[in-house]
Design a protein around this ligand. Structure first.
Ligand SMILES: [Zn+2]
Length: 83
């Protein structure tokens, strides 16, 4: 039971990682990718994405934060010299 759940979660995580690498942007959740919402019967600019229609996936945001932190915490790569 637990092994099957762990295997399913790992498979989902791998698929999500591939999705974040291939398609880092997803349609905005508030306006479903339309860029505007209807408010009081009139179309208005989406307050969440400001007409950009897309949002960065959560997994990609986490990956970017991790990369930024890693780059800030490590020495810059020494220049490779050919001898
Ligand atoms: Zn939106």
């Amino acid at each position: 039971m637990w092994l099957a759940m762990a295997a399913a979660f790992t498979a989902w995580l791998g698929g999500y990682a591939v999705l974040c690498a291939v398609k880092p942007f997803a349609p905005c959740r508030r306006c479903r990718g339309l860029g505007e919402i209807e408010r009081f019967g009139k179309p208005r600019m989406c307050p969440r994405c400001h007409n950009h229609r897309l949002r960065l996936r959560v997994g990609r945001r986490v990956h970017n934060a991790w990369r930024r932190t890693h780059a800030a915490g490590t020495r810059p790569m020494p220049e490779r010299t050919t001898r």
